[in-house]
Design a protein around this ligand. Structure first.
Ligand code: PMP
Length: 437
């Protein structure tokens, strides 16, 4: 860890906080965790120490780090001699594959980051409907774009009924264009859509709220949103940047049998490279220029190495047994963690769905039912951060955030190692005493 600290000092001279993304600061370390490399299910620190990786590039490395098929695809792209600014047959081929797999997608456009993708999706919704307002849910993250960055992870005093910008620098006029609701609140959703439907362009949500505790939609909630949005001529947008491909190739829209009008995809789909997309019904996507007036343009859109990596991603997930194994191992991990917590009478538990999960620490872990972000306001973050730090000392890398996950490269042996490391970490935390912060 000395090397880590030294590098941090150097990096912080030129990069604010020593990082390229503010979220990379690990609160268990009070600084970033620098790596020398990653391979499969493992990452290696600057001194070469090995860790089982449960950050998995914030969910992008669903097929593991440096999967041979992804690496080969990137080499193939390099051999083509150009990276961006042109189209070739691979772009449409990958678009077709996505359209054949993800229920709502008939047409799509490729982008790079999730943040720009959600921003384009809501602009398209405004153009299509001619209406100004957006509805989002508290605790649902859609990237730091100006239209949606409200009530991401507000403190108790800033949470609903307050509407709180999640970042400084958002113009106040935009705040009036975003309605924030509690997730899984059937009455508020109905009241808002019925009374203000004519002003609302879109309802956007994470169909599974991985960004706050992996909260699942209650039975009937997605169906209610689907019915109300259809009745009111409002577009329903599933932000599947993170939830996509966690349970199966059709994403959460297939898992829950609710087809939105538009969706956003990202992270996993690029096999660890920057690839995202927004797509949906043809009648809506035909509003994108040059067919319609909604603009979507960018030098790096459809970046070739990412497109090729995306094609490799589909080859990998189509291999037989891919999801069976991934889901079985994920469940084994979640059951194992819960069993450790119970054995030590420690108030913590996992909420998992497919290959991604959250830890609930303290009171939320004792609630049978966590409906929305309000139920997580008393999560014990300082204790969780200590647990993450202790995990690192026992060879398991957990980033100090809401969502964690495994990849298809994680083996049963990795799950065993993770559980052993976590149990040792928990014992360290308990030995230190729960009040020792
Ligand atoms: N939407 C969701 C649901 C996300 O989880 C994220 C990133 N975690 C984003 C959007 C933003 O994506 P990016 O970090 O690629 O900008």
């Amino acid at each position: 860890m000395n090397q880590n600290l030294e590098h941090w000092k150097r990096a912080a001279e030129y990069l604010p906080g020593g990082v390229c993304s503010s979220a990379r600061v690990n609160r268990g370390l009070d600084g970033p965790f620098y790596l020398s490399r990653g391979k499969g299910s493992k990452v290696y620190d600057l001194a070469g120490n090995e860790y089982v990786d449960l950050c998995t590039s914030f969910g992008s490395a669903l097929v593991g780090h440096a999967h041979p098929k992804v690496t080969e695809a990137i080499h193939q792209a390099l051999d083509m001699g150009f990276m961006c600014g042109y189209e070739n047959e691979w772009h449409a081929r990958l678009a077709q594959r996505i359209a054949e797999t993800v229920p709502c997608v008939e047409m799509l456009r490729f982008t790079l980051s999730g943040t720009e993708t959600t921003s384009y999706a809501v602009k398209l919704a405004r153009e299509y409907t001619g209406r100004p307002l957006l509805v989002k849910f508290e605790g649902h993250f859609h990237g730091f774009n100006d239209y949606l960055a409200y009530n991401y992870w507000p403190s108790p005093g800033e949470a609903l009924p307050q509407i709180t910008p999640a970042a400084a620098g958002l113009p106040e006029c935009l705040q009036r264009a975003c309605i924030v609701l509690p997730f899984n609140d059937f009455e508020r959703a109905e009241e808002t859509l019925v009374t203000r439907g004519e002003e609302i362009a879109a309802v956007i949500l994470e169909p599974v709220n991985y960004n706050s505790g992996t909260i699942l939609p209650e039975p009937g909630f997605l169906q209610l949103l689907r019915r109300l949005t259809m009745e009111q001529g409002v577009l329903l947008i599933f932000d599947e940047i993170l939830s996509g491909f966690r349970t199966g190739p059709g994403c959460m829209q297939a898992a829950y049998g609710v087809t939105p009008d538009l969706c956003t995809l990202g992270k996993a789909i690029g096999g660890g490279t920057p690839l995202s997309a927004f797509g949906g019904k043809r009648r809506i996507m035909e509003h994108v220029a040059p067919l319609g007036k909604a603009q979507h343009s960018g030098t790096y859109n459809g970046y070739l190495s990412s497109i090729m990596a995306g094609a490799a991603f589909f080859d990998i997930i189509e291999e037989s047994g891919f999801y069976e194994e991934l889901l079985r191992r994920s469940q084994r991990l979640y059951d194992g963690i819960d069993e450790i917590m119970r054995r030590h009478s420690f108030a913590a538990r996992v909420q998992g769905m497919g290959a991604r999960f959250s830890f609930l620490f303290g009171p939320p872990a004792e609630r049978d039912r966590v409906r929305n972000y309000q139920d997580l306001l008393d999560n014990q973050w300082p204790l969780f951060h200590r647990f993450c730090r202790a995990c690192l000392q026992h060879g398991v890398y957990l980033h100090t955030m809401w969502h964690h996950g495994i990849s298809a490269a994680h083996t049963d042996e990795d799950v065993d190692r993770t559980l052993e490391g976590m149990e040792a970490a928990l014992e360290d935390v308990l030995a230190e005493g729960l009040d020792a912060l």
